[in-house]
Write a protein that binds this ligand. Structure first.
Ligand code: ATP
Ligand code: SF4
Length: 327
């Protein structure tokens, strides 16, 4: 079966200046990343701030162009950004990000904004578009009369519901969600995530779910990719990654998440400085913080390789079999 979306050896480097007079330094935000997502599947992407999650999400949609490598949508190369073909494809690929107020136009009522993709892509008659807006508002838990409201008249949760309705309007095949609930009140985050999950399943939409919140990712993702300084260091089924993480970085991240069926373990506190993308350590980029690092780790970069049937991991010390590693 052809993946809905596939990334092959993606690279994105930014030139970043520390100050107005300093020389620009290259930052490899995404460093040789490959992945594939099947229709209807949810891939969670986790990692600390600066690991390249958002850049990868934008690259999958073709918003941020790849400097090397390629993105394929249904087996075909992604059209050049802003080209007519790319704009047409955007109806099928949507982005939901953290701040609904920034995503919405303050001057337009919600109903008009939810209808926007249908107008842009000329989907349905005027009457059908109105019907679709009502259907979407109902699906995300907004009332009909809220179609005439402006973004600032609603709560954060209601605004994000409207953003989700708009993202679903043109019946996309893929949604990239970048920290979609992290700006919302903790008390309503679960409601919005459950709603999103329900709508995604009903409509068979594939989803890339970017989050630093591993509890949310565990609830929503079928598969998980763990990123560290622009690279995927472990990837596999959500169940496998959360129950028996193999990469020392993944072990530290998931040690803070209670998982049914996994024995209770003490939380691993990551040592050392948080990753600095402008000063990537040699060899395994995680070695300055890794409790298991050996000499080889300082000079040789580990590559992702299969570990059992359900995952890949990039660590010199992780053997090819999938016997649970003591965490
Ligand atoms: P966060 O959770 O903080 O958003 P992230 O894992 O999503 O982090 P990115 O936002 O993709 O990571 O950033 C990865 C690296 O690329 C960072 O060092 C960031 O400063 C840099 N970067 C991202 N976008 C740009 C840009 N437009 N211009 C320059 N540097 C950028
Ligand atoms: Fe730690 Fe070495 Fe594995 Fe990197 S390769 S995660 S430094 S043991």
């Amino acid at each position: 079966m052809t993946p809905l979306i596939e990334a092959r050896n993606l690279v994105r480097t930014y030139e970043v200046r520390k100050g107005p007079f300093s020389r620009p330094q290259p930052v490899r935000a995404v460093d040789d990343i490959s992945l594939a997502l099947m229709p209807g599947e949810t891939l969670g992407i986790v990692g600390e701030s600066g690991s390249g999650k958002s850049t990868l999400g934008r690259m999958l949609l073709g918003i941020d162009p790849a400097q090397a490598g390629a993105v394929l949508f249904e087996g075909n190369p992604m059209p050049p950004p802003r080209s007519p073909q790319w704009r047409a494809l955007r109806a099928r690929m949507q982005l939901i990000y953290q701040d609904p107020l920034a995503a919405l136009d303050r001057r337009l009522p919600l109903g008009v904004q939810i209808r926007e993709p249908l107008d842009i892509h000329r989907i349905g008659s005027g009457e059908e578009r109105e019907g679709r807006v009502r259907e979407l508002m109902d699906a995300v838990g907004l009332r009909d009369d809220q179609a005439g409201r402006y973004p600032h008249e609603l709560s954060g949760g209601q605004r994000q519901r409207a953003v989700i309705a708009r993202a679903l309007a043109a019946r996309p095949s893929l949604i990239v969600c970048d920290e979609p609930v992290s700006a919302l009140d903790v008390s309503i985050q679960a409601q919005v995530v459950n709603m999103l999950r329900g709508l995604q399943e009903q409509n068979g939409i594939a989803m890339v779910f970017i989050s630093h919140d591993l509890k949310v990712v565990r609830n929503i993702a079928d598969r998980v990719a763990v990123m560290y300084l622009g690279k995927i260091v472990e990837e596999g089924s959500s169940d496998t990654i959360f129950r028996s993480p193999r990469h020392p970085y993944t072990q530290a991240l998931v040690s803070s998440v209670p998982v049914p069926g996994r024995r209770l373990q003490s939380r691993v506190i990551l040592q050392g400085e948080p990753p600095n993308p402008a000063a990537r350590p040699s060899g395994c980029a995680f070695h300055p913080r890794c409790p298991l690092a050996v000499d080889r780790c300082r000079v040789e970069t580990p590559h992702l390789r299969p570990v059992g049937a359900e995952r890949t991991a990039a660590c010199h010390l992780v053997a090819g079999t999938d016997a649970a590693m003591a965490a």
